[in-house]
Design a protein. Sequence first.
Length: 245
Amino acid sequence: MADANRLMAELQETAAELQRELRALSAASGELTPVTVEDEKKAVKLTLSENGAVKALVLDEDWRDKIGEESLGLAVSTCYQSALEQRIGQWMKGYTDHAEETIATAEVTVPKPAPVQLGDPSADWAVEGREQLRAMYDAADAEQQDFVAHHAQRARQERDGVNASKTVTVTRQGDRITAVTLDERWVRNTNDGVIEREIVKAMNGVMAMAARERENKYEGFPAIEQLAKIAHNPRELMRRMGAIR
């Protein structure tokens, strides 16, 4: 029992360290401010909010003369890429400046784990539990190469999202917008306010799709998903191995 309780205490300390790191990350994220960039000709101004969504797109009143209607999509995409890079730089600087201080000074209280009762690894239930874990691991191992290949392919794949009227097409690669393509006839015959709103809506809609994909990262790989759930629950893992009851 002493060994099992010592392991639980070590897990508690690891949890505390992770909590301190999370607080440091949260502190850096909390210091983020909106990022606004303009294209070289000051025809397009784009603002990313603290959470990375497109907060605003403003077209200069003379943008059609400055860059031409056919270049608007490229200008928007270029501004987005520049704003995203600045936001990443802002986050990295904030983390570098404050992470060590946050980790050193943060007081983290992790609930003390309840005492555990030592199990019997030789008992039938423990042997059966380990066999189930082994079978689960084998199944997950069989899925691993497909899982890695699937996510690598998704990260490289360019995917399009369109607005309801199919006048704005936003292309993303993984979590990053790579292009904005506009219907030129629509651009010529639409006022600037509508163009701004439709582009912002389309860009944020595509990024929301990327966020939903991240939430479903094990979709289609049930053995990996099941093993991941158990691996994130140390007490359940120890119980299945027969170390504790």
